[in-house]
Design a protein around this ligand. Structure first.
Ligand code: NAD
Ligand code: ZN
Length: 304
């Protein structure tokens, strides 16, 4: 049967319910993204190009990482034809706040970044948490890629999409879940990491061994001298193992609906230590190490 001229047929037309039926909204979001461990900056940028083939990049880092590794990364981005603009924040937990976030939002707007352009967080957990939160807010969410440069960020902060800035009342008080498009670490970046930050990062790896993986714990025990000496192949194995454990845990509960979440081990006391000391003097990993020791003692004495 032919339709009269001018008739328009909507194939997926939405019918209206009875006036008193409950209207339900549903928004299901599950993300999947690659976690890549590259052995060179060139390889890291090649991976970046596969996930960001032709968008512009807004690169956020801190002054220390920019001074140590910024020039090489930008040279490689340029060589591989990735258009980018860069800004830096002051290093350290003191920067992980709304003031820094607001400055980054201004910079994105001034740089005329659009919703499909990509923010790249290049640094430790502070850069990643702050830039990730900014990415979650800018134009209601722009894509971002994490390039972790600390052990702590490689084994933990770069994964899972928990992004936040601190508030004087509590750590990570202002935050969101916003999953990255990819996580790409280049092990040579770790070669310049100061010993104190290696130990702090190790705390988050030990945590994962204790809560979920005897194999990871044994690896850390066995290879500790090489880890502390920053032997890159061993660090590669450690990050690979710890990232695997974290990804398996977040796969079970990506938006932390279970309040007894094991990844929080050591953080109840750890976060309190960071807050009362004013964010900065005690590193996050150090606070977590202390928090885990306290929690273990409490549980041991409660059991006995
Ligand atoms: N989102 C999450 O799931 C998650 C998980 C764990 C921790 N975190 C957060 O991560 C933060 C801590 O991260 P962090 O320990 O990486 O701190 P950070 O980002 O402050 O980095 C530590 C220091 O190392 C410097 N640095 C970074 N890379 C370097 C390199 N390659 N060589 C030399 N110096 C380098 C930085 O400039 C900084 O001074 C905390 O705010 C914590 O709350 C978030
Ligand atoms: Zn932590």
């Amino acid at each position: 049967m032919s339709l009269p001229h001018g008739t328009h047929v909507i194939h997926d037309a939405i019918t209206l319910p009875a006036p008193h039926d409950t209207v339900r909204a549903r928004a299901v979001h599950r993300a999947e993204y690659p976690v890549v461990l590259a052995d060179s900056v060139e390889e890291a940028v090649k991976h970046l190009r596969t996930v960001v083939p032709d968008q512009r990049i807004a690169l956020v880092t801190d002054d220390t990482v920019a001074a140590l590794h910024g020039r090489e990364l930008r040279h490689e981005l340029h060589r591989q034809g990735v258009v980018n603009t860069m800004t830096t924040i002051t290093p350290g937990e003191e920067s992980k706040n709304l003031r820094t976030a607001e400055r980054l939002l201004d910079w994105l707007a001034d740089s005329r970044m659009r919703r499909r352009d990509v923010l790249v967080a290049f640094g430790g957990g502070v850069v990643i948490d702050t830039a990730g939160w900014v990415a979650s807010a800018y134009m209601r969410g722009m894509p971002y890629v994490n390039l972790p440069t600390t052990l702590l960020a490689g084994v933990d902060a770069a994964l899972g999409g928990k992004v936040a800035v601190d508030h004087p009342r509590a750590k990570n008080l202002i935050g969101a879940f916003h999953q990255p498009t990819a996580v790409i670490a280049a092990t040579p970046w770790l070669a310049t990491l100061p010993a104190r930050h290696v130990r702090a990062g190790l705390a988050e790896a030990v945590k994962k061994g204790v809560i979920a993986s005897p194999a990871l714990f044994e690896l850390i025990e066995r290879d500790l001298p090489e880890i502390l000496a920053l032997e890159l192949p061993i660090l590669h194995r450690l990050i690979h193992g710890a990232a695997t454990v974290k990804c398996a845990l977040i796969d079970r509960d990506p938006y932390e609906e279970d309040l007894r979440r094991p990844l929080n081990f050591g953080h109840t006391i750890g976060h309190a230590v960071e807050t009362v000391t004013g964010y900065g003097p005690v590193l996050h990993g150090e606070a977590v190490a202390f928090g885990m020791a306290c929690a273990a003692r409490i549980s041991h004495s409660a059991a006995g």
